[in-house]
Design a protein. Structure first.
Length: 520
């Protein structure tokens, strides 16, 4: 406890020092001189990589808004790429035309750029912000940079960027590695910033440890794992979702609450996959659709316990949202659960009945059965921003693209992680149904097809993140973070889709985030 107090005091002191340093840079950058402008952009990039940007949200928005409105073209690849990426991350749809000056008459990237290592690293990061409907300039940039940076040069950031591009990874989970990469670099990163990053990580880790305890205690008190020995019982893994989705330390209560519907998604999925007969699952779905708690005693005991617990959690979250934000979300939450149950039932009927769907039918239903909509609907209300009837109707109805894109990424990744060269497809997956419709396709070709679909879906998500939207920025960022978490939770490599290969990496992240502090 004494160490925690000491860390908090040191954290406050270092934060004040960094804020002073940042404000000085901001004042200099207002002159719009190129050197000053790059200095503040580098600082924003460092703050984001080190998980410190939540302390500077208003300042960062003001700076990037000014950069978007007032900054002229640059002939430096690093500066152009960094500004482009930071602006798109902030929701500004800056034009890809800023890169035209680096394209030759044949429409190819200038070969001389291959010598600009720091520029290539940043261009590679920027390339992940391609959207549907744009030209292939960013797609070609990614291939160009990957080729020029392979094998990676001596710059440690190059190798790390190729393995963990920012747009597809969670900086919060990589803070320790960034501190190591930046350690000893006096060119752009002050020791004070590194000290704050270490302290901030440790202070936030203490908060996360308290949250994990709360989730564990809640789950144990429910007792839903009793009698369901084959169901997943992994509250710490489920908690990693809200930890990834909601990065602001101030949203502690929201993270704990969000872990609850996530836990039910996993549990109910196992009930449909492992335990229930088709008649029982049909009755279960009908009762959920009516939200008929009075009929719960018609269900098998484990289903009745599940529904009564789900009923209580839904009402508790609804009560909390109403008290805090003045909106009762219970109807919308019930609708979301009914929708999920129906999707699970459709899959159960396919698997137990032996009548296979088309690949398109499977994917359409699989986007719903992913559980993403249930989770993000709960998140929307827990955040309490943008609670207008039109937004509620939008988030509660047919999945808006910012939700369905994430759900599609999850469904395809999850299915891909379950396949390898010996895959027989008997449990059903998009890969299997695609191969049924394309018998000439090998498993390798089918997996490549799915990877291309995932890439196109990322472009659709990028498009939504950069388009006018009624949803608040914090919600869109949370949706983006959900998509970033998918490869970690359902990971597979291009040459090996075995899930076991990725699980130790998730365990490594759990240990790093929750149990291994950073020496000060």
């Amino acid at each position: 406890m004494q160490d925690d107090v000491s860390n908090i005091d040191k954290h406050a002191q270092k934060l004040a020092e960094v804020k002073f340093m940042f404000n000085q840079m901001e004042e200099e950058a207002e002159d719009q001189e190129e050197g000053n402008s790059m200095k503040i952009l580098r600082m924003i990039d460092a703050l984001q990589r080190l998980g410190l940007d939540h302390h500077f949200e208003e300042e960062i928005e003001a700076i990037l808004k000014r950069q978007y409105n007032d900054t002229g073209p640059s002939h430096d690849l690093f500066e152009t790429s960094l500004r482009f990426r930071l602006l798109r991350q902030q929701g500004y749809r800056t034009s890809i035309d800023v890169f035209q000056k680096f394209i030759n008459k044949e429409g190819k990237w200038e070969s001389k750029l291959g010598q600009d290592i720091v520029g290539l690293i940043e261009l590679y990061e920027a390339s992940y912000w391609a959207t549907e409907g744009e030209s292939t300039i960013l797609d070609e940039a990614g291939k160009f940079c990957a080729h020029k940076l392979d094998p990676p040069p001596t710059d440690p950031l190059a190798d790390y960027t190729l393995r963990h591009p920012l747009h597809r990874s969670l900086p919060k989970f990589h803070v320790k590695n960034y501190i190591t990469i930046f350690h000893g670099s006096t060119k752009h990163f002050e020791d004070t910033l590194m000290d704050l990053a270490r302290l901030d990580f440790n202070v936030n880790q203490s908060i996360c440890q308290q949250e994990v305890v709360q989730v564990f205690e809640w789950w144990e008190e429910l007792g839903l794992a009793d009698g369901l020995e084959y169901a997943r019982n992994e509250p710490i893994k489920w908690y990693m979702w809200p930890l990834a989705i909601l990065t602001d330390p101030k949203l502690s209560e929201e993270r704990v609450d969000l872990a609850k519907p996530i836990s039910f998604v996993y549990l109910i999925d196992d009930i449909f996959d492992v335990y229930g007969s088709l008649d029982q699952l049909t009755l279960f779905t009908e009762i959920i659709d009516r939200w008929d708690i009075a009929s719960a005693d018609q269900l098998p005991n484990y289903m009745m316990k599940c529904f009564t617990s789900l009923h209580k959690v839904t009402n508790d979250i609804g009560y909390k949202v109403y008290n805090r934000h003045g909106w009762n979300p219970v109807h919308s939450l019930r609708q979301a659960w009914a929708k999920l149950f129906k999707a699970f039932l459709v899959e159960a009927m396919w698997l137990k009945g032996g009548e296979w769907p088309s690949a398109e039918e499977y994917l359409k239903n699989g986007i719903v059965s992913s559980g993403v909509q249930v989770v993000l609907v709960h998140l929307f209300f827990l955040l309490g921003q943008g609670l207008a009837q039109s937004n509620v109707d939008l988030v509660s109805g047919d999945d808006p693209p910012v939700i369905s894109s994430v759900a599609k990424i999850l469904r395809l990744w999850d299915d891909l992680s379950a396949t390898n060269e010996e895959y027989d497809g008997e449990d059903g997956s998009y890969v299997y149904f695609y191969m049924l419709e394309n018998p000439q396709s090998s498993i390798h070709e089918a997996r490549e097809h799915v990877m291309r679909m995932i890439e196109e879906t990322w472009k659709q998500l990028n498009h939504e993140l950069l388009s006018p939207t009624p949803f608040p920025l914090v919600f869109n960022r949370a949706a983006h973070n959900s998509a970033k978490m998918v490869p970690l939770m359902y990971g597979c490599d291009d040459d090996d889709a075995g899930q076991d290969r990725k699980l130790p990496k998730l365990k490594d992240h759990i240990n790093a985030m929750l149990f291994e502090s950073i020496p000060i």
